[in-house]
Design a protein around this ligand. Structure first.
Ligand SMILES: [Zn+2]
Length: 547
């Protein structure tokens, strides 16, 4: 999710937002807080996350939360200071290890816990972090993040968390860096008795108290921090069994009571999504934890195994077609896009948010593969090409490393068009599909760098894609084909390219399609008859100009 919002709005608004958040690289000033948040500090590097038990009580009437997180970790190398992140105004009340209270020092969002017991390599130890307070309220979730405190039509509290980018430490204490995913997690959420909490994974128990209920959820697979969520509302449940590539998958849906009928109709797209994405990307990566759609009071987010939904039960992106071709109204954007993230974001996760294209480019690309599966290749191509109008080429897609910095919002549709272009270069759809499915297998449940993904794609396609990725991910230049025609001869070359960029493209010469092999130097091809018509195949994301 995340920056789609910018694309959907006017340029002016996007620019203002980018300036506010310091997205323009030449204006960026990074702080020590950015480094503490965005890098693998020495106080993070020596321990490996194994298990969390987040146990939190949510009081909507006071917009207040309190609880604790038990953090189990494996000691990789001996050290005595452990960094945990929690953002004000939330406060750490105390930290314990083996029931003994520990001291800690705080520096903004980072808290350094001073361990008393010797940390021996290979040991599994636990710290328990107690915390409470009024968490940051999300005003425009999911674009800002925090807690959304809303009411449903019947006046019931309708509450949800979202925190991509600013980090899960906005509502619970954790190791708030993406490189280290916890291996499994229990989430216990106490809510007013008339309401229900839906979190990630499977519901393993409900405790009844006098005025409250505690819902216990368990995630048996690795999960990234921002994927963890709490959704509280007057929910009703329906579900189905899906016979998928890895057996029977539980698909469960939690929606507000009043929306049950609409949801039963709209969510028919969920098994269709599963069918298309298992075909293109391989088995759903979290069979053990089930798949869920959960209604929330904001647009949506890729929370792992509990994808959140707020697209108001209509097709398109809040009823709009982002491609302008009509194809974007053939599916519910949030069901398709956010669920696509189960493969790219939740299964394969970036180590550093600078490489967020790994999440968003593949997932934006998944929108047209959904269309491809049900409506064919032409529909799919029309859609992805249609989304080019949203590309801004403001800053590179890859952001700055180690300071929690995202690159351009072009990670969506420029990234999708880059992958669509790559599909043309492979020129074999079955091979392309097996390459995409191979990604899910090779990087199953891992956090990765862009180098790993780029290297894999070069190897599996058999094409050296170094310059290709440098061009599209690391510059704002779109390759331009300059050409001239003289009788039977076409002269051409690329400009606005990085060194060694020499991507072949398909062109139509007198309506006949053929490959040409441009690079920075002028080249020519000769046709049998005078060239009357010349066109670049639109499937390739380049510009062209007759000179
Ligand atoms: Zn997304």
């Amino acid at each position: 999710m995340k920056r789609i919002f910018l694309i959907a709005l006017l340029c002016v608004v996007a620019t203002t937002k980018a300036q506010e958040t310091g997205l323009f690289h030449n204006e960026e000033q990074f702080t020590r807080q950015d480094t503490l948040r965005g890098s693998i500090t020495p106080e993070r590097a020596w321990w490996d996350l194994n298990y969390y038990h987040l146990d939190v009580a949510v009081e909507p009437s006071k917009k207040y939360i309190s609880g604790k997180n038990t953090i189990r970790y494996k000691v990789l190398s001996s050290a005595q200071t452990l960094q945990v992140d929690l953002q004000p105004p939330l406060k750490i009340e105390k930290v314990t290890q083996n029931d003994k209270e520990l001291t800690f020092t705080s520096e903004g969002n980072a808290h350094f816990i001073h361990l008393k017991e010797k940390q021996n390599k290979g040991d599994y130890n636990e710290v328990v972090v107690y915390y409470s307070g009024h968490p940051k309220e999300a005003i425009r979730a999911p674009w800002d993040g925090g807690f959304s405190w809303k009411k449903d039509k019947n006046g019931n509290d309708f509450v949800a968390t979202s925190c991509q980018g600013l980090g899960a430490s906005v509502w619970w204490p954790n190791k708030d860096h993406m490189y280290d995913e916890v291996d499994s997690m229990k989430i216990s959420v106490t809510v007013p008795k008339n309401l229900m909490d839906v979190s990630n994974g499977r519901l393993i128990g409900v405790d009844e108290h006098e005025k409250t209920k505690t819902f216990h959820w368990f995630v048996s697979n690795p999960i990234n921090n921002y994927g963890v969520n709490v959704n509280i509302g007057d929910y009703v449940h329906f579900g189905e069994k899906y016979e998928g590539e890895k057996g029977t998958l539980d698909m469960d849906y939690y929606v507000l009571k009043d929306n049950l009928d609409k949801a039963k109709e709209q969510f028919k797209q969920a098994p269709k999504m599963m069918e298309a994405f298992e075909h293109w990307f391989g088995p759903y990566p979290f069979y053990e934890d089930s798949f869920k759609l959960v209604e929330v009071p904001y647009l949506g987010m890729e929370h792992q195994s509990s994808v959140t939904y707020g697209n108001k039960y209509q097709d398109g992106y809040l009823g709009r077609d982002l491609s302008g071709t009509g194809w974007g109204l053939k599916f519910d954007f949030i069901i398709i896009h956010e669920s696509g993230h189960e493969w790219f974001a939740n299964n394969i996760t970036y180590k550093d948010i600078a490489d967020m294209w790994i999440h968003e480019s593949f997932t934006a690309y998944s929108e047209n593969l959904f269309l491809d599966y049900f409506y064919g290749k032409e529909a799919s191509a029309a859609y992805v090409i249609g989304t080019r109008k949203a590309i801004q080429n403001d800053i590179p897609i890859i952001g700055k490393y180690n300071v929690n910095n995202e690159g351009s919002g072009d990670m969506y549709y420029k990234g999708a068009n880059m992958l669509h272009t790559l599909r043309q270069l492979v020129e074999d759809d079955e091979k392309w599909r097996s390459i995409l499915r191979g990604l899910g297998e090779k990087f199953y449940h891992q956090t990765v760098t862009t180098q790993q993904i780029e290297g894999y794609l070069s190897k599996e396609t058999g094409i050296d894609l170094t310059a290709f990725f440098n061009q599209y991910l690391r510059t704002v230049m779109i390759p331009k084909l300059e050409y001239s025609i003289n009788n039977n001869t076409l002269k051409f070359r690329y400009t606005d390219i990085v060194e060694d960029f020499d991507m072949p493209i398909q062109v139509f010469i007198n309506q006949k399609e053929q490959w040409i092999y441009p690079n920075k130097d002028w080249k020519e091809v000769n046709a049998d008859t005078p060239i009357k018509e010349f066109k670049v195949d639109e499937d390739f994301y380049i510009l062209n100009q007759e000179i």
